[in-house]
Design a protein around this ligand. Sequence first.
Ligand SMILES: O=C(O)CCC(=O)C(=O)O
Ligand SMILES: [Fe+2]
Length: 502
Amino acid sequence: EFYSSTDHMTQLIDIERDFIQSFKDYIAAEEFHLARLKRCLPFIEYFSGDFPEDLEKYISDPLTAYVFVRRLKHKWTVVEETARLSPMQGFQKFLSENGPNIPSDEDVDGIALGLVRLQETYMLHPDKILGGLGQQSVKSLSPDEAFHIAMVAHRNNKFLYTFLWMEEVLRQLDAGREATVTRKEVLGFLAPFVFQMGDLPRAIRLTEQLLDLDPSDPITVSHLEFYKHMKEGVSRDETRAADAEAHLFTPSLARDVKAYEALCRGENIRMTPRRQRALFCRYSTGGRNPRLIYAPVKEEDEWDAPKITRYHNFLSDDEIGTIKKLSAPKLERAQVLDHITGKNYSVEIRVSKSAWLSDGEDPVVSRVNRRIADATGLDMKMAEKLQVANYGIGGQYEPHYDSKFANDEEFQRLGGRIATTLIYMTDVDVGGATVFPAIGAALRPEKGSAVFWYNLLLSGKEDDRTLHAACPVMVGNKWVSNKWIRARGQEFRRRCGLSESD
Ligand SMILES: O=C(O)CCC(=O)C(=O)O
Ligand SMILES: [Fe+2]
């Protein structure tokens, strides 16, 4: 699918351009062809004079029989040859060859879900989406499109957004916008839905509207009776429902919104000015590493406990360009192994495409690996390949540990992922931060910079504080590279003082 990476989305724009041009060419060819067919017609008719009453007598004359048969054969051949020039087959071939590149229904649903996911994380009302998040050119949705988003939200149990998008559909229908979906369908869905959500007064109001559309509908009548009956039962002890709608985004309704989503919105970042003052910027030679003496790394403390370091100007634009180009053809939807919930879940929690680049693949890859070794002082012999990831619309990675403890041969041989070097290869216009919910840290993507932290304590145990997530990309494009460094072989290299913990 395309939506999980912007790289593939841009390819779609080319495909669409191609598609429109081919269709235009096809229409022109059909018109030309039709004109050619029409030119045949007078010729065909001219040589088919009127036949007398007695056909048997007519055709029994030898000369007439000869001329008739020959002309019929001739006309047939002319028409057959002309018809064979039809451009239709060529166009059908184009369609069937390019069909596989066209988004599937799952792609369309996936991108709608991406939108809803953004709304959840950043608490965006549909008005905000329609008002424009970035320099968007689309400023409105048709009622059918809003309805589709609502249904996708519903299928994925995102009920607040189901409701808000359905409201948008109704508003547009009220404004007289052209649509396939009808008011009756929307109300017929929405009334039982809000009832299930516990909003009885609204269920009654919507059902009354439904009844206005079709006063004799027995189902609507009985629903309304049922809701009213329910209301009598609860009206004595409740007062809350009436003002429920004003508080859709209050903390109570958003109570299950995850801590990391708040960090994504820039809330609850736990850094005090006092701690901030102890964070520094310096030029580092990686402990007098000869390669860094004349080109020191610009190092900045991003966080104190655990220590997170940022290396500025770590990759040049050219190097980034090369890495993107090398990985673009290999990008595949990232998978996370989840033994409990299985594949569907993995789709939701990690929405990006990734590719692996090996050391020998290109001089730029080995240069970057070397630079990571120099800056971190760690041995790259046991490091994993460079992983390149590209996030698309709503692209994210929910909270996880990188440490990768496992009970397998690979773990025995390499040890866990002692450290992570995360390279940002783009700035992201809005969203897309890397957040650490356990410590309240948020790292902003800055093109060309890299961040580094240890996932394991000196004892070799997983450091709980390194739980982290990639926030959904709201506007823009996010490319990162990950270099996971394994524990084996680092016994004498892990610099003292890089982590204050044990
Ligand atoms: O993209 C990011 O900001 C973080 C990615 C990440 O944590 C991962 O791929 O393991
Ligand atoms: Fe990670």
